[in-house]
Design a protein around this ligand. Structure first.
Ligand SMILES: Cc1cc2nc3c(=O)[nH]c(=O)nc-3n(C[C@H](O)[C@H](O)[C@H](O)COP(=O)(O)OP(=O)(O)OC[C@H]3O[C@@H](n4cnc5c(N)ncnc54)[C@H](O)[C@@H]3O)c2cc1C
Length: 532
């Protein structure tokens, strides 16, 4: 098997992976592996923007409070303070790399700040309604220009290699990846690994996430013994475009921030019944459950988001991307309400990390959506996630610099484990695609917006059955992305269900009808790890 050596290995080419690479590129040779094309990330799809205290009427305390309220009693205060207080430095990093945020048309010396659900002040910096695409392209350009950074597309990491599998937290010494173009396995030996693999929306039937979001990093870290936390907190975005031909198109929260209202199938506003004060600007979990309830009550397939009362020119200028895409599907948002439904959007939990982005294994880092830092608690405040990824890539860069002094002169460790045979799928691929569909449907129907113990136990049995079937029929490593991703989503689905079954209360994004209220004893994270 081909063996390549690189000083530091980063897995993922979204905001977390790219910004980390740029921060540590002077240390040695950095290799970024990404399983599809580099821009195929959740980062590229981000519309709303990044939260940062900048307005005169705003303060750190207000942003901290808003984050804690959305997190519903589960945020780690020190993480929230760190992220909120260093936000302007991280925005400065982005500006220095070349991101040009929109300016206030009335005062071009200032940035235009928009409002989103759960925020008590205007504090979201943005570039039109395609902020993520601009960030991704800008960082990618910088990475491609950097001499020390090698970016390898279509390399899918299937396994982390540790020095001694029997030790409790063995050091990682490399990763086994599949080169999906040349169809061959490659081992990357390295001294530090950063998992920047994004979220896991694809575990659900309906999601705003890109195809790359299959929770691989979480499965990889779990398999080498790292703690995984708060997996029950899946944030469902309240408003994804409902159209038979639209795949996962999100209608940004910023529309509601700018005054869009929600209407049920009877054309009536309803948010005042669920949150009389904040109405459409309530936090995501409340808006999502309200929509779910209205859809179930009226028997309709969707609700509607209406911004058509605002001037047409303003809508086109402020939301050019959403306007264009909706028009493509025959919906003119300047004159018609937009049909919307909720969809799985963001994973608040993930790989347990400290304030330096370090996992339980000291030379294994996890950054961005795959990590659990304690920032989001039970529910993420809108536009805090790009910021979290930036903040923790910076934190990780500081720690990596520190440990690099002791690691840089050490030789690469050769893997002691025998290489597993690489197999090829022999039977019809329908077995794989069927299990994919089944898992995503089970998760949507039984581990979704509103859950019950009966539903969770039902889902647990079914997913366990699928896992066993996969182990019996497709154990080992296959040169096939769908098969290997299927194994990852099965692990992640099980982790979500096991976490949900541990939290016998309703809090944040986890709503359990058997226990509709919060309970004091659950004011802590749900932690799962693999017992070897
Ligand atoms: C539609 C949408 C809109 C959003 N809007 C906002 C917003 O306005 N503001 C905000 O703050 N947040 C927003 N978010 C959330 C935010 O975009 C994500 O949380 C963030 O971009 C995650 O960045 P990341 O670098 O962690 O992961 P990603 O950007 O998803 O990158 C993950 C990378 O890992 C790679 N990868 C995964 N597994 C493997 C593997 N096994 N081997 C090799 N490579 C692998 C992928 O190919 C990809 O390159 C939005 C998300 C979506 C989906």
């Amino acid at each position: 098997m081909e063996i390549l050596k690189t000083d530091i290995l980063i897995i993922g080419s979204g905001i977390a992976g790219l910004s980390l690479a740029l921060k540590i590129k002077d240390l040695g040779e950095i290799t970024i592996l990404t399983k599809k094309r580099a821009f195929e990330t959740a980062t590229s799809l981000a519309q709303g923007g990044i939260a940062c205290v900048m307005g005169e009427d705003d303060s750190f305390d207000l942003h901290i409070q808003d984050t804690l309220i959305a997190g519903d009693g589960l945020c780690k205060r020190e993480t929230v303070e760190l992220v909120v207080k260093t936000a302007s430095e991280r925005i400065r990093d982005l500006i220095n790399w070349g991101v040009e945020f929109d300016r206030d048309p009335e005062n071009p010396n200032r940035f235009h700040l928009t409002l989103e659900g759960g925020h008590s002040r205007r504090r979201i910096l943005h570039v039109g309604d395609y902020t993520g695409r601009v960030i991704e392209n800008t960082l990618l350009k910088k990475v491609l220009e950097a001499e020390n950074i090698i970016l390898l597309e279509n390399f899918f990491v299937v396994r982390l290699i540790t020095e001694n599998f029997l030790k409790k937290f063995p050091r990682v010494i490399g990763a086994l990846a599949l080169d999906l173009i040349q169809l061959k396995p490659v081992i990357f030996l390295t001294k530090i690994i950063a998992l920047c693999t994004g979220g896991a929306g694809k575990v659900y039937l309906y999601t705003s996430n890109p195809d790359t979001s299959t929770g691989d990093g979480i499965a990889l870290a779990y398999q080498v013994g790292c703690r995984i936390a708060n997996m029950e907190f899946i944030q469902f975005h309240p408003t994804c475009l409902y159209h038979p031909k639209a795949k996962n198109f999100l209608i940004s929260e910023a529309l509601r921030g700018e005054g869009a209202i929600l209407l049920n199938a009877e054309g009536k506003r309803f948010m005042h019944k669920y949150d009389p004060q904040k109405k459409e600007l309530s936090s995501r979990d409340i808006v999502t459950r309200a929509i779910d309830m209205e859809i179930k009550k009226t028997g309709a397939e969707c609700v509607y988001l209406d911004i058509s009362h605002l001037p047409s020119d303003y809508i086109k200028k402020r939301f050019p991307y959403i306007y264009e895409i909706c028009l493509k599907y025959g919906i003119d948002i300047t004159s018609q309400p937009i049909p919307v439904v909720p969809a799985a959007h963001y994973l608040c939990g993930g790989i347990y990390t400290n304030l330096w982005g370090q996992t339980d294994i000291p030379n294994l880092f996890a950054i961005g959506e795959c990590a659990y830092t304690g920032l989001h608690g039970g529910n993420r405040l809108a536009s805090n996630s790009l910021l979290e990824a930036l903040c923790f890539s910076h934190q990780a860069s500081l720690k990596i610099r520190k440990i690099w002094d002791t690691l840089k002169d050490q030789p690469f460790k050769e893997p002691t484990l025998k290489d597993p045979p690489i197999k090829e799928i022999k039977e019809e691929k329908v077995f794989i695609s069927h299990n994919w569909d089944l898992i995503r449907k089970i998760m949507w129907d039984f581990v979704g917006i509103v859950r019950s113990l009966k539903m969770l136990n039902f889902a647990k049995k079914r997913i366990e059955f699928i896992r066993k079937e996969i182990e019996e029929n497709w154990s080992g490593i296959y040169l096939d992305l769908d098969t290997m991703e299927l194994k990852k989503i099965t692990i992640v689905a099980e982790l979500i269900i096991r976490s949900a079954l541990q939290r016998l209360e309703s809090r944040g994004a986890h709503y359990l009808i058997d226990f509709p209220n919060k309970k004091k004893e659950y004011e802590k994270e749900t932690v799962i790890f693999k017992n070897f």
